[in-house]
Design a protein around this ligand. Structure first.
Ligand SMILES: NC(=O)c1ccc[n+]([C@@H]2O[C@H](COP(=O)([O-])OP(=O)(O)OC[C@H]3O[C@@H](n4cnc5c(N)ncnc54)[C@H](O)[C@@H]3O)[C@@H](O)[C@H]2O)c1
Length: 331
């Protein structure tokens, strides 16, 4: 069965990750690409023989489209999910699921009412190295897990909307810590009950009031302790590290140093002459393949809208903690 997918968004992530991944998956037809301008939609759509659109409702109404893959800024997520649901179409929504919990609840209500599905496009649980790590943990290879830690950082966001909380919903906690939190949840194996957060704006304070740096400490219902260090303030290069501590061992996945051959030169910095594609190493191909398989078979998803909502509930508690200066309960 061929699944028709319309990609909402023609920016960095749609062009670099979702469109190439979808094009590589068997049984998928990319029907259209939607963007704010006709020209950017056309540039992204043309290589895939897809239609270029500027209206999400038109994409959702297309009888050849079964699912909207939403890869646009957070202020577009709710209206795109609602548009898909109102036309009886499924939705894949990129992280963060929404700008806040109220929007997330409205999304879940829309798909429940329409009888459609909502998938949460968070790549972390699909990273191959983390899958291998999970197998080791599940087989008891490091004993009982008692601590988890993740660091997700970049130097600066590439588009203006990230710096505008009315569009983005927040700073590094909402944009980056969602990845770290999902890692911690995946490995701790229990819900997060309490969060203490420290955050500040240190590098981009001339441009935005939202936090560019955050450190979160977490407590899980089973007693596990977690820590997330997330930022837009890493000068020079990214960070993407995940750690699991057990009573008989520990695991480190440094997802940036996943490349088998690393070369540093004075002029070029680090380069990777034998690169593993981000599509594979970061789990995007596996994630989208999983969502489409779920649609074909009706199987439950590892990452559905409720997962995105649960992560946002922790983000909400973290923002309350930044304001109160206290540890906050996840509601
Ligand atoms: N690891 C990850 O999973 C990852 C990485 C980067 C970005 N993202 C997420 O992807 C989403 C998009 O980020 P980006 O970096 O591609 O942004 P971007 O600024 O590069 O592109 C945004 C795109 O959205 C389109 N758009 C905006 N409003 C629209 C509307 N109303 N209708 C249709 N299209 C609209 C724009 O035309 C543009 O093509 C964000 O939610 C971001 O958090 C996820």
């Amino acid at each position: 069965m061929t699944i028709g997918v319309s990609v909402v968004g023609a920016g960095f992530w749609a062009r670099e990750m979702h469109l190439p991944a979808l094009a590589r998956l068997p049984g998928v037809k990319i029907t259209s690409v939607v963007a704010t301008t006709e020209e950017s939609a056309r540039r992204a759509a043309e290589p895939y023989g897809a239609r270029a659109l500027t209206d999400i409702a038109q994409a959702a109404a297309d009888p050849g489209t079964d699912v909207l893959d939403i890869v646009a800024p957070p202020d577009v997520h709710l209206l795109a999910v609602e548009s898909a649901a109102s036309h009886g179409k499924h939705a894949i929504c990129i992280k963060p699921l929404a700008r806040d919990l109220d929007e997330a609840d409205r999304m879940l209500a829309a798909v429940r009412q329409a009888g459609t599905r909502l998938f949460y496009a968070e790549n972390v649980p699909f990273i191959p190295a983390l899958h291998e790590a999970k197998k080791v943990v599940d087989a008891g290879g490091i004993g009982d897990v008692f601590r988890v830690k993740a660091c997700e950082g970049i130097g600066e966001p590439h588009s203006d909307w990230f710096y505008d909380p009315a569009r983005s919903g927040g700073g590094a906690i909402l944009d980056m810590a969602v990845h770290s939190l999902e890692f911690c949840r995946f490995f701790a194996g229990a819900p997060i009950t309490g969060v203490y957060a420290e955050a500040g704006t240190f590098v981009h304070n001339g441009r935005t009031g939202v936090e560019d740096t955050a450190v979160l400490t977490l407590r899980f219902a089973n007693g596990v302790i977690g820590q997330c260090e997330d930022s837009w303030s890493l000068v020079g290069a990214m960070d993407s590290r995940f750690e699991v501590y057990g009573t008989r061992g520990r695991i480190l996945v440094d997802n940036l140093h996943r490349q088998p051959l690393q070369v540093v030169t004075g002029t070029k910095g680090w380069s990777y002459p034998m690169p593993i594609e981000g599509l594979v190493a970061d789990g995007h191909l596996a994630m989208l393949g999983h969502f489409l398989d779920c649609l074909r078979t009706g199987a439950p998803s590892l990452s559905d809208g409720q997962v995105g909502r649960d992560v946002l509930a922790v983000v909400d508690a973290a923002y309350r903690s930044v304001t109160s200066g206290q540890k906050e309960t996840v509601r």
